[in-house]
Design a protein around this ligand. Structure first.
Ligand SMILES: NC(=O)c1ccc[n+]([C@@H]2O[C@H](COP(=O)([O-])OP(=O)(O)OC[C@H]3O[C@@H](n4cnc5c(N)ncnc54)[C@H](O)[C@@H]3O)[C@@H](O)[C@H]2O)c1
Length: 201
């Protein structure tokens, strides 16, 4: 879903930063988009490490001059396990990537967008952010948290700058057309499509 989003942005004329912890997938995706003539920066980034997230945003701004849109997609599934048996390490890993990772991304993206005075962010939650299922406590807790983070996105009271446009995608099975993909938006959707020269991470 992250790559599909990046592709859609590049095809709309945006310069894009791909940030991923998987270097092979990152390099393959970067090569494909560049071969198609798109402007792409690749950054190795583990979203559970705030310093790496900060560096990815910094690299984007150094390369493209600004950050107009961000899609925070990185996520992992948790192994199915009864909540009574879940090891703390497994819980911490899922929360570290799926929730703390989104927090770190939003934090550094918002800081840049506050400097610019504009920007838009979409965080990837899940149908699992709206309901609970047995055996998936960590995943559902994290995805519920992503919606809470998104709803709190116009941080900075009293408002000294126009809040960014923040939305939250709540996909069900991405591969199934039988499921609708509802989304909840904490603030109104972006008022314009991406433009040539926009930077997107
Ligand atoms: N596929 C679905 O049916 C579905 C349904 C609901 C929600 N989602 C959510 O959509 C998002 C994307 O899912 P997908 O199915 O495309 O998964 P995917 O595994 O194809 O893509 C996830 C990407 O995140 C990257 N990633 C994993 N850990 C990372 C980390 N620590 N730092 C940086 N990158 C990391 C992976 O390398 C991968 O490229 C996830 O947040 C997922 O929870 C997916």
């Amino acid at each position: 879903m992250g790559l599909a989003t990046a592709r859609a942005f590049t095809e709309s004329g945006a310069a894009v930063t791909l940030a991923d912890v998987d270097d092979d997938a990152l390099n393959a995706a970067t090569d494909r988009l560049r071969e198609a003539g798109h402007q792409v920066l690749a950054v190795h980034c583990d979203v559970s490490d705030e310093d790496q997230v900060a560096a990815a945003v910094r690299a984007t701004v150094e390369e493209f001059g600004r950050l107009d849109f961000a899609y925070n997609n990185a996520g992992i599934q948790s192994p199915t396990v009864d909540a009574a048996d879940e090891p703390a390490e497994a819980f911490d890993r899922v929360i570290g990537i799926n929730l703390r990772g989104v927090w770190a991304c939003m934090k550094h993206e918002l800081a840049q967008m506050r400097t610019q005075g504009s920007g838009a962010i979409v965080n990837c939650s899940s149908l699992g952010g709206l309901v609970g299922l047995p055996g998936r406590a960590a995943y559902h807790a994290a995805k519920h948290g992503v919606i809470g983070l998104t709803r709190s996105a116009d941080w900075a009271p009293p408002r000294k700058w126009p809040p960014p446009c923040c939305g939250c995608a709540a996909p069900a099975r991405a591969s199934s057309s039988a499921w609708p993909c509802p989304s909840t938006a904490a603030t109104p959707p972006a008022d314009r499509p991406p433009r040539q020269g926009d930077a997107h991470v």
